[in-house]
Write a protein that binds this ligand. Structure first.
Ligand SMILES: *Cc1c(COP(=O)(O)O)cnc(C)c1O
Ligand SMILES: [Zn+2]
Length: 388
């Protein structure tokens, strides 16, 4: 619609719109989409938004799909931003919020990215879509590919949460279980995609999942009446949401809808797999691959992220930080959030609570701050964790 071009996030090589892309052909890093925001602003006004549907396509002018009929939607986005009053009281905070992404189709925020990426794959002529996944990306791809009438080829670790396997199978995807990690699954897709004619839908290895995820940033601004919070805590694996929200904040400022004020962005990871936390603490520009990653929070078990340099840059520029929490702490937090707020959180999302407690104890977050925790999925997809 309003895309002017794409550019490489590392070497700035430019690419023309209207084509399927994976990584930069010059340097192998992720591509970013750019819009003519002046043109977008002629129809995308804050007043116009009030009349639009409660899903992420309300921000149509800053999304990449060209033709209306190519939009594949299951009603993703516009999730509630809930005031966590009781949890806030326990922490002595008045302005604590939970962005509850568990209400998305397929019960996780992966639906946002896949809705946009599958729509673009359809528009640009791909038929066979492949993805390595720690779980929820697979379920989302299976669902949106089914809705689009496209084929989904899914590679997941054998110990993926059972719900993710079932949802893929019941949505008609071809599933391969791999003895290994998401990085091993990614290697398999990369090796076979050419011969099989697959389009690689891996996190940040195609540019449009990021565009879907960035809508969390638009919603945050709109739901807080165009003033961003002081702190955002984000459970981080591949980091698309973090990178996407930051991109959204820049676009929102250029649209003239928000000021230059940015939240301190905080990456939350599990102690058993915390490459961004380690790189942040070491002052490194990129992360090292974690040798033996382990955590029950499957979405956080990403030993090396291709967009790590982008995340680290955002954490530093925003004045934020990176925190790791133990599996025991994040599992206890599922119960705390459930009992206080009535949200059955995914373990990844729940990890934000012990992270917040650490930040308060260290003095990095004040009790007066406006803080948003991202609950990225539903606990219902992890019932295996509570079965005795
Ligand atoms: C994938 C996933 C994450 C991590 O998201 P990224 O954008 O890859 O950092 C967090 N929580 C859940 C529930 C997930 O499925
Ligand atoms: Zn490049």
């Amino acid at each position: 619609m309003n895309i002017t071009h794409l550019s490489c996030s590392w070497c700035n090589e430019q690419y023309e719109p209207g084509k399927l892309y994976n990584l930069c052909s010059m340097c192998g890093k992720p591509l970013l989409v750019h819009y003519d925001l002046g043109r977008a602003a002629t129809t995308l006004t804050r007043a116009a938004l009030a009349t639009r549907r409660a899903n992420l396509w309300r921000y149509r002018e800053v999304l990449p799909v060209e033709r209306e009929e190519n939009i594949i939607t299951l009603g993703e986005g516009w999730t509630p931003l809930l005031h966590a009053r009781r949890l806030g009281e326990q922490l002595g905070m008045r302005h604590l919020y939970i962005k509850d992404e568990s209400l998305n189709p397929t019960a996780s925020f992966k639906a946002r990215g896949m809705a946009v990426a599958v729509s673009m794959a359809k528009e640009l002529g791909a038929h066979k879509l492949a993805v390595p996944s720690a779980g929820n990306a697979a379920g989302a791809l299976a669902a949106y590919a089914a809705k689009a009438g496209l084929e989904a080829y899914i590679f997941m670790p054998r110990d993926v949460p059972h719900a993710n396997l079932s949802e893929c199978q019941q949505c008609g995807a071809r599933v391969t279980l791999v003895d290994g990690l998401i990085t091993d699954c990614g290697r398999l897709v990369a090796e076979r995609k050419e011969a099989e004619g697959w389009f690689d839908m891996s996190t940040l290895k195609e540019p449009y999942r990021l565009e879907g995820k960035k809508t969390m940033g638009y919603e945050l601004a709109e739901q807080l009446d165009w003033e961003l919070p002081d702190v955002v805590l984000y459970p981080t694996g591949g980091g698309t949401g973090l990178i996407g929200m930051w991109k959204a904040f820049d676009e929102l400022e250029r649209l003239g809808w928000i000021s230059a004020k940015r939240p301190r962005m905080v990456t939350v990871q599990a102690e058993g797999c915390a490459p961004i936390v380690q790189a942040f603490a070491a002052g490194a520009k990129v992360g090292a691959e974690v040798a033996d990653p382990h955590t029950v929070a499957a979405g956080l078990r990403v030993p090396k992220a291709i967009g790590d340099f982008l995340m680290l840059d955002i954490l530093r520029r925003s004045g934020g930080t990176a925190v790791s929490v133990s599996d025991a702490a994040l599992l206890a937090a599922v119960q705390e959030i459930g009992a206080a707020e009535g949200i059955f959180a995914a373990p990844e999302g729940a990890a934000c609570l012990p992270a917040l407690k650490q930040l308060i104890a260290r003095g990095d977050v004040s009790r007066e701050d406006c803080v948003v925790l991202f609950n990225t999925g539903s606990g219902l997809k992890y019932l295996n964790l509570w079965r005795d």
